[in-house]
Design a protein around this ligand. Structure first.
Ligand code: ADP
Ligand code: SF4
Length: 698
């Protein structure tokens, strides 16, 4: 199939200063958790997207000097020759596919704590960036930059730009967003300077202008120079000669960079979760940029629909379609559009597990794309799998995320696959969870896989088929994969996090009860120590059904782990909008049908809360009856010719959907083969000839 003529505009080249992007698909810089310590992991991750048709591939924030040190968060550096060589692996990989490579040179200013380098953070006026995110907190306040400091940063930027060019980058960034140094110069709250760098917008823009100018001088005609700038806050400030200071900034710099990369100001709005925001959410903030500059403009908005992309271009909002998450979820998104295979796009679900990886300090993980970050380590290609040497008859029991992914990958390998689920629809936990507030986009995990499975002649799908050992023996497959999931329990824990047994009773509920349509009666207390989305979202769900509900957690915040996925502020806002009382730092001790007894996590002081029902969102344990029954009848299994029985997903180790998908994919790749080695990447540590040879051989 060819390109739909409606989408041909997406494949037009776009000039970025002296260079030309081959199409409008632009993978903007995004954190990947892949530092220079993982150069091959990083190169392979970025290469997959170039191979998949993204015209520009950028690496994530790349520090220009040890005064910009984000440790322990994973960040890249361009400080020395080893760094150049580490990045060169990525640029060479990207160039192999005809794409351009970009680098986001970065100085974190007051937002970094320089925990490793122990240098004073730099800032326009000594004003700290008061991060409320635990992982970002620190005690070191920044130094006010004097003129010599400004000259130093300009010099580091120029040196960084030259190193970037040597490393083979085609696009070099100046970064003035997200609380980092350039941004701090732009906002008067951070910038109290009385010299030519502070005061009027013209003066506040000066540092950013000079950063662009030194970058251009450094790279000459070899590279395009991009400005990445956050406009949310400035757009809200009236300008003197323009509707807002954001307009004034773009007007003042209209001819200076070769490309504007425009975005929001903080991670929760910039990279917002689908639970709270839809596709194209940046538009109201960045829609004016093209009216003030002739330079190309790139922006993001979790674009996965080609119609939405075309609309952005035709309406004059963007020239290049920026993608971070959509490119992680489907590195081959552009190719699929070019080949008229839109239905095969593995659409990002907006869960932000990818962001959580960065907060965790590890290489990127993706719910939709289990191969993300595994391209080099495990040799997993996002689109290709190795055909099985001998196709086998494989039965997968359970059609949740793990079973669906496993069946799909086994099918692609050429096996004869039967997927059976006892439910009325496929999706497992998602069959219910997709109906919860804000979670409908998550069902893309199911839609994508079912869509492909339905096209495969070697895969048979069965619903409403509860399988026990007898049925499995009758089917006599060569291999069995068990994916029956997990169930929520009523287990409670002490304040020392020691299990204290189950809280049973007629009015004690778990999320499985709610999923089965059993709703609590009367005022209900939700006790959440799972800490991810389920407690918060079920609280909203019950409130929406008119049930008086309160939320209690031993954590310091509601749905505490969602700080990792940028959702936490919005979870609190959603609960506040429904006027749901939140009690933090308390454990549930007992419930007698009329009163729940809570104890303060640290003081032990007890509180008695009148309520009729309790919903415990806590521990999940595998549904392991089937695995145990299979084990108990090992002889019958062997006699039926079944060579292996494996468990995957929540049935193996309960987790988030991302874990289930990865688990299903891994088994499908490895079944019937020797387990593939888990390759460990190493930093490039010197420029000795021996190393040169080794790197060249990679
Ligand atoms: P995971 O996240 O690991 O994929 P889920 O709980 O989402 O797990 O999905 C498991 C699916 O398996 C559910 O739809 C469940 O109803 C189904 N299931 C559980 N036991 C059986 C069984 N014995 N036969 C068929 N389907 C089963
Ligand atoms: Fe999208 Fe979730 Fe994958 Fe991130 S982890 S790219 S948000 S599907």
């Amino acid at each position: 199939m060819g390109t739909n003529p409606r989408y041909e505009i997406l494949f037009e080249p776009v000039a970025i200063g002296p260079i030309t992007a081959p199409n409008r698909f632009y993978q903007v810089p995004h954190a990947s958790g892949m530092t220079n310590a993982l150069p091959r992991v990083r190169a392979a991750f970025r290469e997959a997207k170039a191979e998949g048709g993204w015209g520009v591939i950028c690496t994530g924030a790349c520090s220009i000097d040890p005064t910009s040190d984000d440790a322990p968060l994973p960040f890249a550096t361009l400080w020395d020759g080893n760094d150049i060589r580490a990045h060169a692996l990525m640029t060479e990989a990207v160039h192999r596919h005809g794409s351009l490579a970009g680098v986001e040179l970065w100085h974190g200013g007051a937002s970094v704590m320089n925990r490793a380098s122990r240098l004073p953070p730099l800032s326009p006026s000594g004003i700290p960036w008061m991060a409320t995110h635990v992982g970002f907190m620190g005690n070191l306040r920044p130094k006010s930059m004097d003129k010599a400091d400004i000259r130093d940063v300009l010099r580091w930027q120029a040196e960084g730009a030259r190193k970037a060019r040597t490393a083979g980058f085609d696009i070099v960034y100046v970064y003035a967003g997200m609380g980092y140094l350039g941004y701090e110069f732009l906002l008067p709250e951070y910038n109290h300077r009385t010299d030519e760098y502070g005061g009027s917008i013209e003066n506040r823009v000066r540092f950013v202008r000079e950063m662009i100018e030194v970058t251009k001088d450094a790279v000459g005609k070899d590279c395009g120079v991009a400005l990445r700038v956050s406009l949310e806050e400035l757009r809200g400030r009236p300008g003197r000669n323009q509707p807002s200071e954001a307009h004034e900034l773009i007007d003042l710099l209209a001819d200076v960079p070769d490309l504007f990369d425009v975005k929001m100001d903080s991670s929760p709005t910039d990279c917002s979760a689908s639970r709270f925001t839809g596709e194209g959410s940046h538009e109201p903030v960045i829609d004016f940029v093209k009216s003030l500059t002739k330079k190309p403009v790139v922006g993001v908005g979790r674009f996965t629909s080609p119609d939405a992309m075309v609309s952005q271009i035709k309406r004059g909002v963007l020239d290049l379609i920026g993608g971070a998450r959509p490119s992680i979820a489907d590195p081959f998104l552009p190719t699929k559009i070019r080949e008229g295979r839109e239905a095969e796009i593995r659409e990002c679900i907006g869960c932000n597990i990818c962001i959580s990886s960065w907060h965790d300090g590890v290489p990127v993980r993706c719910t939709q794309n289990p191969t993300a970050g595994e391209e080099w380590r495990r040799g997993w290609h996002p689109e290709r799998v190795e055909r099985a040497a001998r196709p086998e008859k494989i039965l997968v029991v359970g059609g949740g995320p793990a079973g669906l992914e496993c069946a799909l990958t086994l099918g692609r390998r050429g096996h004869e696959v039967t997927l059976a689920d006892d439910g009325r629809s496929f999706g497992g936990r998602l069959a219910f969870e997709k109906t919860l507030p804000g979670l409908s986009a998550w069902n893309r995990v199911v839609d994508y896989r079912l869509g492909r499975l339905n096209e495969m002649p070697n895969v048979s799908l069965f619903l409403e088929s509860r399988l026990g050992v007898d049925e499995i023996v009758d089917l006599a497959p060569e291999r069995v994969v068990l994916a029956p999931g997990a169930r929520w329990t009523t287990m409670l824990y002490s304040s020392l996090e020691i299990p204290v047994g189950r809280l049973d009773g007629p009015n004690v509920f778990t999320p499985d009860d709610i999923a089965a349509g059993r709703l609590p009666q009367g005022p209900t207390l939700v006790f959440d120590f799972d800490n991810y989305y389920m407690g918060g979202v079920l609280t909203e769900h019950l409130a929406a059904r008119g049930i008086a509900v309160s939320y209690v957690t031993p954590a310091g915040q509601a749905s505490a782990w969602t700080i990792m996925t940028n959702e936490l502020p919005l979870v609190h806002r959603a609960l506040a909008a429904r006027r749901i009382p939140i009690t933090t730092l308390h454990v549930l001790k007992s419930f007698d049908g009329e009163t729940a007894t809570l104890a303060h996590l640290f003081t032990g002081e007890e509180t008695h809360v009148p309520c009729r029902s309790v919903l415990i969102v806590g521990l999940r344990l595998p549904r392991d009856e089937l695995a145990e029954a299979m084990n108990a009848r090992a002889d019958a299994i062997a006699a039926a010719g079944i060579r292996s029985v494996d468990r995957i997903g929540d049935a193996l180790a309960p987790g988030a959907i991302v874990h289930a998908v990865h688990s299903g994919h891994k088994l499908a790749r490895e079944i019937g083969t020797a387990a593939l080695p888990y390759r460990r990447d190493t930093p490039i540590v010197d420029a000795a000839p021996l190393t040169e040879a080794r790197v060249a051989a990679e």
